[in-house]
Write a protein that binds this ligand. Structure first.
Ligand code: PLP
Length: 398
């Protein structure tokens, strides 16, 4: 690592991992190159046998991608990191590189849809059995563990209900059974929740979300011990080709510089919006992990340093009311992304979670009136006025 670890997070986000070329450029260089020329045949041989640590091919690694990996690893106090072309490429590799036929995986049921596909549909095709449990139910985790359980996988807060899972407790249960815990930390962001410090073995991110934070490019990253990253993940990534493009790595590297400022401003906005809208007669429920009325407020305080940038609103009047609410908004945009500078509203039942049966959605707490809100960087007062306009329209039924 190129920065001393005692630096505080904001400083690490600005300077961590920077390697300057002989030109001394101020902004991190974009090394838009597939390959690397060697000074001699001997040097090429030394690179390939690993005696020289330099770069070989952009599918294996690239200087701009490496700067991004080092910067986020420093932020999380992780020994190492490996970037991928998208969040799903990172999650797929983090799981697949360590399971084989006969293994067993336990995951929380409330997962991002594509993570659920990998665990529930893809793994069994290759002889890896999966058990899905109700994430907050620790007895269910204990009961699900088997001698062949290799991995546990969770997302907290979960999408879109913002339900929390006790990361430290699930890590203990996993470790007692000889399994590892992977945490998808996208909703909490690296600023507000530190799964490795809570006992998780591996953390995965869709960098597409808050790390880019301005809606530009896809990316993903896996963090863990140096041994896991280099001995297990790197060979899988190198040979299967989900490399992050150097251009996207450069965008994400610059995104990290402002990550703390953006997440803090967005979370402050989310908390103010929650305060202003709670109790609205149009709402059956407002869910925000930073509020005392969140069903797991004590756990939120224990494992998160902020309520985060996401809210969930459950409107009275089901789908019709949710649609009236969304269609009346003038600032917040209707989309399915999150973590963006622009505030986004999503109706999970008809978009991100429409693939599930009504029974599955009900089991996950995704009602037809539920709207997910990703709070952006706009002035919170403008957002409160916009969302209040939506709630008014939802109530009026026009
Ligand atoms: C978006 C997201 C992913 C997938 O990331 P991509 O970059 O879109 O591939 C995985 N998990 C969570 C929680 C997400 O929000």
């Amino acid at each position: 690592m190129t920065q001393p670890p005692e630096l505080r997070p904001r400083t690490r986000l600005v300077h961590g991992g920077t390697v300057r070329s002989p030109f001394g450029e101020m902004s991190e260089a974009l090394f838009l190159t597939q390959g690397f020329a060697y000074p001699s045949a001997e040097a090429a041989e030394a690179r390939f046998v690993g005696e020289d640590p330099g770069f070989v091919y952009a599918r294996y690694g690239n200087p701009t991608v490496r700067m991004f990996e080092e910067r986020i690893a420093l932020l999380e106090d992780a020994e190492d990191a490996f970037a991928a072309a998208s969040g799903m490429a990172a999650i797929h590799a983090a799981i697949m590189c360590q399971v084989a036929a006969g293994d067993h995986v336990v995951a929380s049921r409330a997962l991002f849809g594509s993570c659920l596909y990998i665990i529930e549909t893809l793994l069994p095709r290759f002889g890896v059995q999966a058990t899905l449990v109700d994430g907050p139910d620790l007895d269910a985790w204990r009961a699900a563990m088997r001698p062949e359980t290799k991995l546990c996988f969770i997302e907290s807060p979960a999408n879109p209900t913002l339900e929390l899972i006790d990361i430290a407790a699930v890590a203990r249960i996993a470790h007692e059974a000889g399994a590892r815990l992977i945490v998808d930390n996208v909703f909490a962001t690296p600023m507000f929740q530190r799964p490795l410090a809570l006992g998780a073995d591996i953390v995965v991110y869709s960098a597409t979300k808050h790390i880019d934070g301005q809606g530009r490019c896809l990316g993903g990253v896996v963090l863990g011990t140096r041994r896991f990253i280099r001995d297990e993940l790197e060979p899988y990534m190198k040979h299967t080709g989900a490399a992050l493009s150097p251009f996207n790595a450069w965008v994400l590297l610059k995104g990290l510089e402002t990550l703390e400022l953006r997440c803090r401003a967005q979370a402050e906005g989310a908390a103010r919006i929650a305060e202003a809208l709670a109790g609205s007669p149009a709402l059956a429920r407002l869910i925000y992990p930073g509020r005392e009325d969140h069903p797991q407020a004590a756990l939120a305080r224990r494992q998160m340093s902020s309520g985060g940038t996401m809210l969930a609103l459950e409107l009275r009047g089901g789908k019709a009311a949710a649609f009236r609410f969304m269609n009346a908004l003038r600032i917040a945009l209707i989309s399915n992304n999150l973590g963006d500078a622009k505030t986004i509203v999503t109706h999970p039942a008809t978009t991100t979670h429409q693939r599930l049966s009504p029974e599955q959605r009900a089991a996950l707490g995704i009602s037809d009136g539920l709207v997910r809100v990703s709070v952006g960087l706009e002035d919170p007062e403008d957002l409160i006025a916009d969302l209040a306009r939506g709630l008014e329209a939802a109530r009026n039924g026009d």
